[in-house]
Design a protein around this ligand. Structure first.
Ligand code: ARG
Length: 584
């Protein structure tokens, strides 16, 4: 199958540079990469600029020499050199038209597997047992799920892992409390403990207030760690109860294929992790705790900050577990590890990665990344909370989005004096959940974002409902033309005479490049921005270019543009984890 335009041009530019300057093995790849640049044509090649600095030659001279040898015959118009040293490239209309023609009726949209597919383990969601999932987990789930979809789409082998917080000293107090309020827990008797969150609150209140209880709790941690059956059974019932609550959220979000592999999984490996670090000479004992000091990390006083891998009491840390998990993932064959977790954990991950590197556990060619994200803020700019000041329950948040979407559908039907559609529940779910996801994904994940139901559910602007609505409108045109199942005839000749047709076509053939970028940089907002551009290009096209009211062959050519646009929107949204509807 065909290369994306960007890859095609990269090859040609690299060839051109080679012809002018001979082999340049040391040339960083980025110097020769053309980029899409709507201000300068379709693509611009800044290579001569960077090269000029490197070779100490005037940039325009290099640009002219590159343009003279660059072979883009049949693909682009003659390269254009502009000051101070850019080579601009404009795809030929006939080339673009043929490209779009090839995509008509093609569910795969001409996307080809990445040249070097990765084996990616993507760690996301990771809620904590016996605690409510909060908006941070929502962000992690939405972003992680999208990035996993995108990686799969470009041909990577992907494992989706939820690193549950299912181990630690807090289970001592939970088990001690359960021993009393639900002694049958985990022994086949129904567990009358209400929800886990209340249980957690009660247990921690007692732990703080009652020293005797705290003592029992500490004993129960030891019991759990040594596998005492009743403690283990109680722990398991907590894990299951939490899992059931989380599942409701995952079901609503449509998250599938997430493997729950919690911190407890790695317990048997932790002693080995510490022993290996010691054998490598990396461990310093400080106040009884086993520490690894990492260059460049200091505390607020400027003193060297260690990663503690074993506490003075012998217990292990979150960091130790992450080191064990990292090792297991790499041993399992992963060559890309991504951790989708809030920016507040940045130092943790940077230190874990640094220690793993020092220990030689990250071989060359394996890439590890903390895919960080910012906070979800309320409309007043503070952290999102309920009016009473509590964490917002995710089920409530999603439920409200769905309810608001439903109210909107009902209202609109009333305005138009139509009856409420039968599938109102389905519409409300798809629009409501889609809106929440898109609002998150369309922001650069590194920023905080303000959670606003009104904005995310608006039909105007860069929102899911806007894109879903655009999709439904295109589908209705296609149905009317008898194109609902694709083009009635095998091939369609596409012509691009109006500038709006050409602009739309350009957005249609560049999806593969965008997917590649999202996968490389772990930035879903580029895909959102592309789909939004596409929908806008479609609207501009639709305003200017009648579709159903023109004669053949123009009618089919324009229907082809509509059909590929609809497929691109549907597939693009699916990568974001968002569904579409035939009618809204
Ligand atoms: N349980 C953690 C939290 O709630 C998230 C886990 C992230 N993944 C990891 N491998 N540490 O913040």
């Amino acid at each position: 199958m065909a290369l994306t335009p960007l890859r095609l041009l990269e090859h040609r530019v690299a060839q051109g540079l080679h012809d002018v300057f001979g082999p340049m093995p040391s040339l960083p790849e980025v110097l020769v990469q053309p980029t899409r640049d709507p201000r300068h044509g379709d693509y611009t090649c800044p290579a001569p600029m960077a090269l000029a600095r490197r070779l100490r030659r005037p940039p325009d001279e290099l640009a002219l020499r590159l343009a003279a040898v660059l072979d883009v015959t049949g693909i682009c118009e003659a390269p254009e050199v502009v000051a101070p040293g850019f080579v601009n490239l404009r795809l030929r209309d006939d080339w673009l038209a043929r490209r779009v023609g090839d995509l008509v009726g093609d569910e795969a949209l001409g996307l080809t597997p990445a040249p070097r597919p990765a084996t990616l383990v993507i760690d996301y969601s990771g809620p904590n047992v016996a605690k409510e999932m909060h908006v941070g987990h929502l962000r992690s789930t939405i972003i992680g799920d999208c990035l996993a979809n995108v990686a799969e789409r470009r041909g990577d082998t992907v494992e989706r892992v939820s690193h549950l917080g299912d181990w630690g000293t807090q289970f001592g107090m939970l088990i001690a409390h359960l021993d009393e309020v639900a002694p049958g827990a985990g022994h086949g008797e129904p567990i009358a403990i209400g929800d886990v969150v209340t249980l957690y609150r009660e247990a921690s209140a007692r732990f703080r207030a009652d020293p005797a209880f705290a003592e029992v709790a500490r004993r129960r941690v030891v019991d759990l760690q040594s596998g005492e059956p009743r403690a283990t059974a109680a722990w398991r019932s907590l894990v299951e109860l939490s899992a059931a609550e989380n599942r409701a959220v995952y079901d609503l979000l449509g998250v599938k294929g997430l493997v729950e592999r919690g911190e407890s999984t790695y317990q048997p490996l932790l002693a080995g992790v510490v022993a290996d670090l010691e054998a490598a000479g990396l461990v310093v004992v400080d106040d009884g705790a086993k520490c690894v000091f990492v260059d460049g990390f200091t505390n607020s006083e400027g003193d060297p900050l260690p990663l503690i891998v074993q506490k003075a009491d012998g217990g292990y840390n979150y960091a130790t577990t992450d080191l064990a998990a990292l090792r297991a993932r790499i041993e399992g064959g992963a060559d890309r590890l991504a951790y989708v977790a809030d920016a507040g954990q940045s130092q943790h991950f940077q230190m874990v990665f640094a220690v793993a590197r020092m220990a030689g556990w990250i071989p060359a060619g394996v890439e590890v990344a903390h895919v960080a994200f910012g906070l979800v803020l309320g409309e007043g700019g503070q952290r999102l909370r309920t009016r009473a000041g509590h964490n917002v329950r995710l089920a409530d948040l999603l439920g409200e989005a769905v309810e608001r979407a439903r109210a909107f559908v009902v209202e609109r039907a009333a305005e138009r004096q139509e009856s409420v559609p039968d599938e109102v529940d389905e519409v409300a779910r798809v629009v409501g959940v889609g809106a929440v996801k898109y609002a998150d994904l369309s922001q650069n994940r590194n920023s905080n974002y303000v959670f606003s139901f009104d904005r995310m559910l608006s039909l105007k602007g860069n929102t899911a409902p806007y894109l879903q609505y655009a999709y439904a409108r295109i589908r209705s045109i296609l149905r009317e033309a008898g194109w609902a199942g694709g083009p009635p005839e095998g091939t369609v000749a596409v012509s691009l005479d109006e500038p709006q047709e050409r602009a739309l076509a350009l957005d249609l053939v560049t999806l593969g490049d965008v997917i590649e970028r999202v996968a490389e940089e772990y930035l879903p907002n580029h895909l959102c921005a592309h789909l939004y551009d596409l929908a806008q290009a479609y609207h501009a096209f639709y305003e200017r270019c009648p579709v159903l009211r023109v004669d053949e062959p123009l009618r089919s050519s324009r229907l082809a543009l509509c059909q590929v646009t609809a497929t691109t929107l549907r597939q693009g949204l699916a990568l974001l984890g968002i569904e579409v509807l035939e009618r809204i």
